[in-house]
Design a protein around this ligand. Structure first.
Ligand code: RFL
Ligand code: PHB
Length: 387
């Protein structure tokens, strides 16, 4: 097989890149190791920032999002005894949208972007030449070869693409955190109109949502937490304490839990994001802890930069944007890496009393000073694609 762009990974980065390239007259083939059903039903991100929505709108993928998603003006930040609303629209003129990653994925599939699913043994070859190719076994176990002008690794944090950049060239930066999130999806109306990020001495809690009848909530838990220790009643009781059930008349309504999982947290960046004819986008190049709601948005921003670069490279033989891709993308990646680290370390209990006082001081500043609030709002609602 031959194509112009071989894309590894049919997550949001890979399928959106295929869509943007198709609109620009460049052909791509997407290779995916999981089944289409598995990819479509993975429960992950829920918040789209302003520039993500603008990009999806501009390429004909915004209709269902506008009709079925929920526009939020801001978030609540709270700690015991106090809840404050930050209005991003007043502060920056930008809102965010609640629209699940599963829905973005469905819209991409509905736009006609097929992938070759259930492949194994994905291997990248000759990426530092003009004739890179990918070998794999298809769902029937048949060995296949895909020749391309360019290979793009959109294969997430466990894919092979990032390792195809030689050890002497690639550099990685990593930070781990001493806590994880226990997340639940529940068939119950959200007890809030906008997301609540709660600092609590027992640990962070987040009340998010997916629709008027589906809530998504998270609890900070120690690394290595066993779900067997967290029956649904215990999860709801702990959420009630940390989110301030009963405080100023606010109540948390529990309901049937339909999904429960533990998510580890990590900050990770690999540079460069391009080596020869291999480009990396999304989680393949960087992971952020979820507290800033940035993972999906960063993946979209990467491909928003990469698509015009590849279109210019392959259609006009103009390498200017492709040569700048890694540096341009990494400016935003490091901004979001810092923001996600900052939100995470401001809101999670570390067990250190001194840290707790600093966190509360920071939270008071962010919620009472227009300068502090604007900084958070600008980062959360998102910087322009070209930042
Ligand atoms: P994805 O979505 O991981 O897609 C990568 C795809 O590559 C495939 N793949 C391969 N394909 C072919 N050959 C191979 N050898 C392959 N190896 C892997 C994978 O099967 C997969 O389909 O990366 P992408 O497209 O870069 O998109 C990034 C986002 O998905 C990610 O940043 C966010 O979902 C992160 N994230 C969250 N972000 C948020 O902003 N808010 C959240 O609440 C949130 N929750 C999450 C998350 C990520 C999670 N993961 C990765 C464990 C919850 C989870 C569980
Ligand atoms: C979610 O709805 O899953 C979600 C929202 C905001 C975050 C993280 C996750 O910061």
């Amino acid at each position: 097989m031959r194509t112009q762009v071989a894309i590894i990974g049919a997550g949001p980065a890979g399928l959106l890149l295929a869509h943007l390239l198709w609109r620009g007259g460049v052909e791509a083939v997407v290779l995916e190791t999981r089944s289409q059903e598995y990819v479509a039903s993975r429960i992950r991100a829920g918040i789209l920032e302003h520039s993500t929505v603008e990009l999806l709108d501009s390429v004909g993928l915004g209709d269902r999002l506008r009709a079925e998603g929920f526009e939020h003006r801001g978030i609540y930040l709270q700690w015991p005894g106090e809840r404050h609303h930050l209005d991003f629209v007043d502060l920056t003129g930008r809102s965010v949208w609640v629209y699940g990653q599963t829905e973005v994925q469905k819209d991409l599939v509905a736009a006609g972007h097929e992938a070759i699913y259930e492949i194994t043994d994905t291997t990248l070859h000759d990426v530092d030449t003009e004739r890179p190719y990918v070998t794999f076994r298809d769902a029937d176990g048949v060995a296949r070869r895909l020749n391309a002008d360019v290979v793009v690794g959109c294969d997430g944090s466990f894919g092979p693409s990032r390792h195809a950049i030689p050890d002497g060239v690639r550099r990685t930066w990593e930070k781990t955190y001493p806590y994880s999130w226990l997340g639940i999806l529940a068939d119950v109306a959200p007890s809030t109109d906008e997301l609540i990020y709660a600092w609590h001495p027992r640990g962070f809690a987040l009340h998010s949502l997916r629709s008027p009848t589906v809530s998504r909530l998270y609890l900070q838990v120690p690394n290595g937490t066993d779900l067997a220790d967290w029956p649904d009643d215990r999860v709801w009781d702990e959420l009630a304490v940390r989110l301030g059930h009963g405080q100023d008349g606010w109540t948390l309504t529990p309901g049937p839990v339909t999904d429960k999982s533990v998510l580890p947290m990590r900050s990770f960046v690999q540079t460069p994001m391009r080596h020869g004819r291999l480009f990396l986008a999304g989680d393949a190049a960087h992971i952020v802890p979820p507290t800033g709601a940035k993972g999906l948005n960063l993946a979209v921003a990467d491909v928003g930069l990469l698509a015009p670069a590849l279109i210019a490279l392959l259609r006009e033989k103009d390498a200017t944007l492709a040569d700048r891709y890694s540096a341009d993308a990494l400016r935003r990646v490091w901004r979001c890496t810092h923001f996600s680290w900052w939100m995470t370390t401001m809101l999670h209990a570390s067990g250190d009393d001194f840290d707790a006082q600093l966190q509360l001081s920071q939270l008071r500043w962010v919620t009472s000073s227009e300068a502090g609030a604007t900084g958070l709002a600008e980062n959360y609602a998102g910087l322009p694609i070209g930042f």
